[in-house]
Write a protein that binds this ligand. Structure first.
Ligand code: AMP
Ligand code: ZN
Length: 131
């Protein structure tokens, strides 16, 4: 059983801030910024490629609501709502979850996009072919 399933089952302690029939939100053990929260479905799905629409909608809607609560609670200046899918993308716990990370002007968190010279036409074509 994965670590988040153990948390959901109460086998591992966590700081829960929200729970309903299908979704749980806990404080990330490693706070990237004050209030960093993880929103997860109670049912195990490995990642965004595996989760079904019903659970995805429930998780994302909870993330949206908690983003408001958390930014208000800490008077944050904004927030990042993000998901890592697969090891290459930085996923370390293979149970789908969404990070809600409050942001504060001047905080030291780095989420950077580096620019690459790529052909947008080619990329668009490849994606449309895969649909
Ligand atoms: P990711 O790298 O997107 O898979 O995120 C996994 C997150 O889970 C990391 O930010 C970890 O700090 C967090 N994490 C791992 N173990 C625990 C735990 N026992 N309780 C709360 N958060 C955890
Ligand atoms: Zn799990």
């Amino acid at each position: 059983m994965c670590i988040f399933c153990k948390i959901i089952n109460g086998e591992i302690p966590s700081k829960k801030i929200y729970e309903d029939e299908d979704v749980v939100a806990i404080l990330d053990i490693s706070q990237a910024t004050k209030g960093h929260t993880l929103v997860l479905p109670k049912k195990h799905f490995d990642n965004i490629l595996a989760i079904d629409e019903e659970y995805y909608t429930k998780v994302m809607n909870t993330a949206r609501k908690l983003a408001k609560v958390i930014t208000k609670a800490f008077n944050a200046d904004g927030c990042n709502v993000l998901n890592n899918c697969g090891e290459a993308a930085g996923q370390s716990v293979m149970h789908f979850h969404v990070h809600v990370i409050p942001r504060y002007k001047g905080d030291d968190l780095k989420i950077e996009f580096t620019e690459h010279e790529l052909d947008l036409n080619e990329i668009q074509e490849e994606i449309l072919k895969a649909m």
